[in-house]
Design a protein around this ligand. Structure first.
Ligand SMILES: NC(=O)c1ccc[n+]([C@@H]2O[C@H](COP(=O)([O-])OP(=O)(O)OC[C@H]3O[C@@H](n4cnc5c(N)ncnc54)[C@H](O)[C@@H]3O)[C@@H](O)[C@H]2O)c1
Ligand SMILES: O=C(O)C[C@H](O)C(=O)O
Length: 306
């Protein structure tokens, strides 16, 4: 297997490290900044003796090294600064994502694309349009990360391990994201039965603001450890054909009564990408919140440069 990561910044380089350390694929890392992907991958190669990986990792400013990739992860782009919303990045990042898709698809026509660049739902929609690929091969990082945050906060609140929590966060990777306590399971029990409404609200609010909280603390960068771990988790599901259900930014075609919009929904991941979109039995209030979220994404999609 061969995986390309485009963007050798915080998320991209950390992801490349996580992937090569998993040792199930060769990795190519590409960036526009001269020397950065080359230097970072040389550095990683010099850890093979201690870590024990045997696959190859290369870095370049040219797409030649990406040829024949099975998976291309796009992390190239600008990250927000304190006080900004992810949507403010739409114009600048759309140009970058368009260029990356065109260049990488030309050399890896059978690849699937995992989009990380923000605003991710809209960038995934753009990637689908530019590539003209089916929706099973183009999807984005959202609910795995947002769910990871919810799991961390629930674990702190209930004094359990984060891995005891199966979180459920759907919708936009943005201000209208929806946390579903009825579908968030802690050691077999729904979160809605374990904490009162007010605590559920607090946990949901912290999750929705999870990215902004980190930006406001770090000031010069946004999150990258949990984001890179989330993408590595998604890539592993594809590589091992696990069929694991993960919440990803996916194009809807009638599911949840929505079409021609990308939002976070549970999907079954395996070889070939999205095997199936899972429709949870949402009640009227839960479904209404998802529809509001889809409208927020549609608004950002309408701001894409023509
Ligand atoms: N979807 C999510 O959940 C999620 C999570 C974390 C970060 N993000 C987003 O991912 C993106 C990257 O975040 P980061 O923290 O790694 O930023 P970063 O600034 O550390 O790295 C971005 C890299 O992209 C490179 N780049 C820019 N234009 C390029 C191009 N045309 N071709 C190739 N490389 C190019 C830059 O040189 C830089 O090295 C941001 O848009 C951020 O908001 C999304
Ligand atoms: O918050 C950001 O801008 C980066 C990313 O989307 C995140 O949620 O950490």
């Amino acid at each position: 297997m061969k995986i390309t990561v485009v963007g050798a910044g915080n998320v991209g380089a950390t992801l490349a490290q996580r992937l090569i350390e998993k040792n199930f694929a060769d990795v190519a890392l590409v960036d526009v900044i001269e020397g950065i992907p080359q230097g970072k991958t040389l550095d990683m190669r010099q850890s093979a003796n201690m870590i024990g990986f045997t696959h190859k990792i290369v870095g370049s400013n040219s797409y030649d090294v990406t040829s024949g990739s099975d998976i291309v992860v796009i992390t190239a782009g600008i990250a927000r600064k304190p006080g900004m919303s992810r949507d403010e990045l739409v114009g600048i990042n759309a140009k970058i994502v368009r260029e990356v898709i065109e260049k990488s698809l030309a050399l890896s026509p059978h690849a699937m694309f995992i989009i990380v660049t923000n605003p991710v739902d809209t960038m995934t929609y753009l990637a689908l349009k530019v590539s003209n690929l089916p929706r099973d091969r183009v999807f984005g990082l959202s609910g795995v990360l947002d769910g990871g945050r919810l799991a961390a906060f629930v674990a702190e609140e209930l004094n359990v391990n984060a891995s005891d929590v199966t979180p459920c966060v759907m919708g936009e990777h943005g201000g209208s994201m929806v946390v579903y306590p009825r579908f968030t399971i802690v050691n077999g029990k729904p979160l809605s039965e374990l904490v009162d409404d007010s605590k559920q609200k607090t946990l949901a609010e912290r999750t929705v603001n999870g990215g902004a909280e980190i930006v406001s603390i770090m000031k010069t960068s946004s999150a990258f450890y949990a984001p890179s771990a989330s993408v590595a988790h998604m890539v592993s599901a594809v590589a091992t054909d696990s069929g694991m259900i993960m919440n990803c930014a996916a194009l809807l075609d009638g599911e949840y009564g929505l079409s021609d919009v990308v939002i976070g929904v549970p999907v079954e991941l395996g070889r070939g990408g999205i095997k199936k979109i899972v429709e949870l039995p949402l009640n009227a209030e839960e479904l209404a919140a998802l529809k509001v979220s889809a409208e927020a994404v549609r608004k950002t999609i309408s701001a894409l440069p023509k």
